[in-house]
Design a protein around this ligand. Structure first.
Ligand SMILES: [Zn+2]
Length: 82
């Protein structure tokens, strides 16, 4: 989760973003994350950063044979520059 947050903040900075509006993430079937659980972790690690309060679009995979089934993948980050 800290890795993911670092990635989100890096992308936001590279795009000159002042605020993260929304993120799209893909939750692997074996990542032990539900959308609600992910949101809890997100809220906790985003607190005090420009990613705080972003809208979370989560896609929960059910494919346990997927090569990334253990992972959480960041699909996109939408930032706002003002
Ligand atoms: Zn947890």
């Amino acid at each position: 989760m800290n890795d993911l947050m670092a990635k989100i903040l890096t992308i936001a900075q590279e795009n000159g973003g002042k605020r993260v509006v929304s993120i799209d993430v893909w939750l692997g079937a074996l990542s032990h994350m539900s959308a609600a659980h992910f949101a809890e972790h997100y809220t906790h690690s985003a607190k005090g950063t420009i990613a705080e309060g972003a809208r979370l679009n989560t896609e929960l995979s059910e494919d346990i044979d997927h090569p990334d089934a253990n992972s959480i993948l960041l699909k996109s980050v939408e930032v706002e520059d003002e």
